[in-house]
Design a protein around this ligand. Structure first.
Ligand SMILES: [Zn+2]
Length: 135
């Protein structure tokens, strides 16, 4: 079980492929999907958590790399969940520019989920054609 501490929110088990979102967070994600055009900071976190845990299921265990993979795929993940393209792009950019950068500033436990190499053109950029930060 990964992420017992991440926002006290989600768990992923790569050996079973099972993802668990702690109780309030599933509702937060559903609220986000009802009104992605006015997503709250917390609702954006719930999308990021969904994508983050999905990255663990693929087999990545390092938290900073997992989170950077999620940051780059939140745009794709939102669209897969049915969010309109324009909202998905803005939501994913907001997660990167606001939620993610705050995590780096908070430090402590949150810092394990942050890397300053997670940025366009930096070491963790996977150059995905539909990356959150692709033009
Ligand atoms: Zn994690």
């Amino acid at each position: 079980m990964l992420d017992p501490e991440m926002l006290a929110s989600g768990h992923a088990n790569p050996s079973t492929g099972r993802i668990v979102l702690q109780k309030p967070w599933c509702g937060t994600l559903m609220a986000y999907l009802r009104h992605p055009g006015r997503a709250s900071h917390e609702e954006l976190d719930s999308l990021d958590m969904f994508t983050h845990e999905s990255m663990h299921i693929r087999g990545e265990l390092n938290e900073a790399r997992t989170e950077c993979q999620a940051v780059q795929r939140n745009y794709r993940a939102a669209k897969l969940l049915g969010v309109a393209d324009v909202n998905a792009k803005q939501n994913a950019l907001d997660i990167y520019n606001i939620n993610y950068q705050q995590r780096g500033q908070i430090g402590g436990m949150q810092a394990a989920y942050y890397s300053n190499e997670c940025a366009p053109g930096k070491a963790m950029d996977e150059h995905l054609s539909d990356s959150t930060w692709a033009p």
